[in-house]
Design a binder for this molecule. Sequence first.
Ligand code: CA
Length: 489
Amino acid sequence: MNGVIIQFFHWYHEGNLWNEFTKKLDDLKNLGFTAVWLPPATKCVLGQEGRGYDIYDLYDLGEFNQKGGIPTRYGTKDEYLSAIKKAHEAGISVYADIVLNHRMGGDESETVTVHQVNEENRNETIGEPFTAKAYTKFLFPGRDRKYSDFIWDYTCFSGIDSIQKDQEEIKGIFKIHNEYGTEWNPAVSHQFGNYDYLMGADVEYRNPYVVTEMKNWIKWYLETTHVDGLRLDALKHLSVDFLQEWITYIKTELKPDCYILGEFWKQESEKISDFSDKINDMISCFDAPLHYNFFRASKDGRNYDLSQILKGSFLEKKPVLSVSFVENHDTQKLQSLESAVKDWFKPLAYAIILLSEEAYPCVFYPDLFGAEYTDTKDGEEIKVIMPKVEILPKLLEARKQFAYGEQISYFDHPNCIAWVRKGNNEYPGCIVILSNGENGYKDIELGKENADSVYRDFTGQRKDEIKTDENGKARFVVSSQSVSVWIKV
Ligand code: CA
């Protein structure tokens, strides 16, 4: 079967997500989804406002009265566990979103020695080290040591974005001096000199007690939730040494078949590839370079050379470990990595990720269900409407019924590309053709076994019928800036 993931949330989603997911399970199953990526279930510093990435307590999945209430933005622990159970009953695997890099909302302050660093070059010190107060003590009073009695203090953190000196709060990036060093962990991305620090209180993974606690925690998490895989957040900022040890622990001691998908956000597939090499290929990665190709193609219209659409992608580099997507909660409009693929191009992009041979595609919630939201940017209130990609259910159906077998590609024209899926013993195959310019066509030879056959466009974009000649050859067509999926009648 052709696996396909749904990212079942977006940045501005409102309402109880766990219950909504449970209600939509039958529809998702019918559309052919085999896995779901759910957002982080952990209690955040912003309580019900937090999106899940401003982590406070990893053991609070909406169970304890902390940070303003019991549930998280997405619901309670019971609702989360029930959603996972029902997904399993529907045959859908669940991937949990896990934030390892930082914590926010410490319960008490401690006196720490710090030095400030230049945000553009974190290896560059500003001024002399000094002592200050920082909120680095996490006691989780609302949980009262249930599941774990581990208390986080400044030895568990390498840096922080806010300190208090002489009763005054100072913002910036401050390197915390602890037993494990006065400099950043070097085993991270070298962007900005050293990209260990991202936000909040940065976790010190050179501290062996932290490593042990994070192993204990993931054991608890997997046993409690029974999720099938993990989507790991912000991996550029984490020590590769820690990740290697921690993932090996999961794969050998806890759950050998645990699917691990990393967010290692780089525009160059070589860097993503180097990273997955270092984790001994135990981790799949999102194909950010392919997303940026889609983004550029959608902006450039017919001036974009469609024959190059996969060039530089992780899909091309390491197909088995790549996860392809068109859009996500960080790239959608008004978000931190805003690079929204324009609406007209989305059918083409989805055809590429859903119908190509080697891709493991991930569909974004608003592209299936639509979304509307408002946010402020540069002091101005902006309303965003994300319409559904109307053709998406058809393309999902085509993935389920036809997109099987060997692929023959015709990426030979800047405005029109096509590929044939030859089918296999169970499924018939299809011909996919895309244009980002005028109406297009492609002369394709399908072999004698397809002589004198009739084809129609499964997507309904084209109403004509195409007949192959006595040798199985035909001219397949596509409308301007569109996609067609031709199947044998
Ligand atoms: Ca870090």
